[in-house]
Design a protein around this ligand. Structure first.
Ligand SMILES: C[S@@+](CC[C@H](N)C(=O)[O-])C[C@H]1O[C@@H](n2cnc3c(N)ncnc32)[C@H](O)[C@@H]1O
Length: 254
């Protein structure tokens, strides 16, 4: 039997990612095809895009997205960048996998306002306080079960923001729905911790950050932030969040 024969693009791409990661040339086209065939996936992308605000308040002034620089962290094949590029001033799209960077680079070659670069989301190649918005979809699942990496990921997303700038992030565990632990309310915290450190066979982790804990976590990392959850996902296990950077806390205050 020919390798991959009889599998649909979703099964094929999941298997390749599981065994070899994202950095194989066959991953991006299968990933796009799988997304096209999956209405739930498309709905999640649409909800995420709908949650991206049209403007941000920077230094007391409302700035339209048309005048903003947005980072798409973990751009993959570019679903989010494609959906917002016409309403954003400039997009810097970042991914660790060369295969994704090459593929997205070709896809957006004709878009003068989109630059695709290779980089790690735990050490973004971007200066402190230099952009108005960060969008990041499908990236939390990629974090290894390591609290230091989780903290680095979170703080990097906020470090690059100007005060007033926002991060739109999905895949955050929804404290309102509290789905993981609904059946065992008395063990809520323990269950979340267990889920957090569980490495499923798919290699993807679903439960990493609780929405209700994000602001406290960010404060410990040196950033005072406001965290809002998308109202569309009140009863869903995972939700999109909007993190607004209020201020960077001085070293001696942390
Ligand atoms: C599930 S895909 C999401 C792609 C895209 N954002 C979307 O919503 O379709 C996750 C992406 O994160 C990238 N990624 C994984 N670990 C990374 C890291 N440490 N730094 C940057 N990108 C990473 C992968 O290469 C992959 O393209």
């Amino acid at each position: 039997m020919v390798k991959g024969e009889g599998e649909n693009p979703f099964q094929r791409v999941s298997k390749t990612i599981r065994t070899s990661g994202y950095d194989s040339p066959e991953v991006p086209p299968d990933y796009d095809m799988a997304m096209e065939l999956d209405p739930d996936w498309q709905r999640d992308i649409k909800d995420f895009v709908d949650f991206i605000p049209e403007s941000v308040d920077i230094a007391g002034e409302t700035k339209s997205l048309k005048d903003c620089t947005v980072l798409d962290v973990g751009v993959g094949t570019g679903a989010i960048t494609a959906a917002i590029k016409d309403r954003v001033g400039r997009i810097i799209a970042i991914d660790k996998a060369k295969a994704m960077v090459d593929y997205a680079g070709k896809k957006f070659a004709a878009d003068a306002n989109v630059e695709v670069v290779r980089g790690d989301f735990t050490a973004l190649p971007i200066e402190d306080g230099s952009v108005e918005m960060v969008v990041s979809a499908g990236t939390i699942f990629e974090l290894p079960p390591d609290e230091e990496q989780e903290d680095k990921f979170l703080s990097e997303l906020v470090r690059v923001l100007k005060p007033g700038g926002v991060v739109i992030l999905n895949g955050v565990s929804n404290a309102e729905a509290d789905c993981i632990t609904r059946q065992f309310p008395q063990r809520r915290k323990e269950n979340f911790e267990a889920a957090k450190h569980h490495k499923p066979a798919t290699g993807r982790r679903n439960y990493v950050f609780l929405s209700s804990e994000l602001a406290g976590k960010l404060e410990k990392l040196g950033y005072r932030c406001q965290v809002e959850t998308s109202s569309k996902q009140e009863n869903k296990p995972l939700c999109d969040v909007k993190i607004t950077l209020l201020e960077k806390i001085k070293e001696n205050e942390i």
